[in-house]
Ligand binder design. Structure first.
Ligand code: GUN
Length: 285
């Protein structure tokens, strides 16, 4: 059996079209959705990510303001910029690109963002809202993974989902989202003694550790859904995920490719969150 692909590019296109429609509807009632993106320093990967986010906004009718600062910016100056954006009614979403330079406390900066504008879903208030099932902003990458499962109408209720990785940005929120859909959820990580014993029981595997070949064909139950969050470079400089794609696709029922899987969905869900923020804030005014 060869797994069916879950195409993140095609799904992104469909969702971004819906975002553009929602942006148009807001503009008709006098609200121009706006995202502020702050980049501190000159991390090359961050520059590419930020450029892609700004471009995606423009294509979907969301106004984006990109603020670029020198790596020597003080924490206080950054906190002041966040405070100014919090009270700017033209800004509905605020994103501070990570990582920040070492002299800035990233947690402190994220906590300074108003939860109503926390479109990354990184604020403790957003994490808490997800934990208790209240409206808030979901982190974009796991949110995108849920949309991919949704796109194949996969019934999660009663299924066993194994999440590999326990980061605050992907692993932990992913587990909570799967739990909310009534899956039985196992979180595995670097101290899990027998990862294969866990993944062999999984109907759904989400690999989110940032290491090549964390999941190989012998670790996958036939027909399982495999979601690959990894973004790694192999020895030849080629972009690849955490999953050994060529072997796992022979066993799995569904699989997301890298590139063209979860990656485009992350930016798409940022657009969705920004639109939602604009709709909520627009209604409140
Ligand atoms: N750095 C890498 N990914 C992300 C992201 O999704 N949001 C932010 N703010 N920084 C990142």
């Amino acid at each position: 059996m060869t797994a069916q692909l879950i195409d993140g590019i095609a799904l992104s296109k469909k969702i971004r079209f819906e975002v553009a429609q929602r942006a148009k509807a807001l503009k008709e009632i006098g609200i121009q959705p706006g995202l502020a993106v702050i980049l501190v320093g000159d991390n090359p990967a961050s520059q590419v990510y930020v450029r892609n986010k700004v471009k995606a906004c423009e294509e979907s009718g969301i106004r984006s303001v990109m603020e670029k600062y020198d790596g020597s910016m003080t924490e206080l100056a950054l906190l002041e910029r966040v405070a100014a954006l919090n009270s700017d009614p033209a800004v509905h979403g605020i994103l501070v690109q990570l990582p920040l330079p070492a002299h800035i406390d990233a947690h402190k900066v994220i906590e300074a963002i108003s939860p109503e504008k926390d479109v990354d879903g990184f604020h403790v208030a957003s994490a808490g809202a997800l934990m208790v099932g209240q409206p808030g902003f979901w982190p974009c990458t796991p949110y995108g993974c849920m949309k991919m499962l949704d796109s194949i109408s996969y019934p999660l209720k009663g299924k066993h989902a194994v999440v590999i990785g326990r980061s605050n940005i992907v692993g932990k929120p992913m587990a909570l989202m799967l739990l909310q859909q009534s899956a039985t959820v196992t979180i595995c990580h670097s101290a899990t003694p027998d990862l294969k014993a866990m993944t062999l029981q999984a109907d759904v595997v989400v690999a989110a550790v940032g290491k090549i070949n964390v999941l190989t064909a012998d670790m996958v139950k036939p027909g399982a859904v495999v979601i690959d969050v990894g973004m790694n470079r192999n020895q030849d400089g080629k972009l690849c995920g955490d999953v050994d794609f060529e072997s796992v696709r022979q066993v799995a029922g569904w699989i997301t490719p890298v590139p063209g899987g979860v990656g485009p969905m992350t930016i798409t869900m940022l657009l969705v969150n920004t639109l939602t923020a604009a709709e909520r804030l627009g209604r409140a005014h």
